[in-house]
Design a protein around this ligand. Structure first.
Ligand code: FES
Length: 133
């Protein structure tokens, strides 16, 4: 029996949980946006590096999420080389990190919990330089 939506919990850096319904086929980035979940932590950013800055085209790593349960992590498709390359640039990378734009809702992922990297992107100390417009 195919479900049309799955339940996914986002856990922010303060440990606050938000349970949302995600339609099958939708990326976690899109789902976060639709539910006003800011994948970025509250750091002051230039406007051009907001979460999901590249709209899912694997050209940023601002949609970094951590799959909290390794069993769910294993249910995901293997990351592509492109995703791995971008993940390497993500601050606070973990063993179960993925890019939210590449994690697509499917029935097996019902109940998944995603953590947003805590107080992560302190670009100032991580060699980050905002691109000039
Ligand atoms: Fe840019 Fe996911 S939104 S890599």
């Amino acid at each position: 029996e195919q479900k049309e939506t799955i339940s996914v919990t986002f856990v922010d850096k303060d440990g606050e949980e938000k349970l949302i319904k995600v339609p099958i086929g939708m990326s976690m980035l899109e789902a976060a946006h639709q539910n006003d979940i800011d994948l970025e932590v509250s750091v002051t950013f230039p406007a051009n590096v907001m979460s999901g800055a590249c709209e899912g085209s694997l050209a940023c790593s601002t949609c970094h999420v951590i799959i909290m349960d390794v069993d769910y992590y294993k249910k995901l498709e293997e990351p592509t080389d492109e995703e791995n390359d971008m993940l390497d640039l993500a601050f606070g990378l973990t063993e179960t990190s993925r890019l939210g734009c590449q994690v697509i809702a499917k029935p097996e992922l019902d109940g998944m919990r995603l953590a947003l990297p805590a107080a992560t992107r302190n670009f100032a100390v991580d060699g980050y330089k905002p691109k000039p417009h």
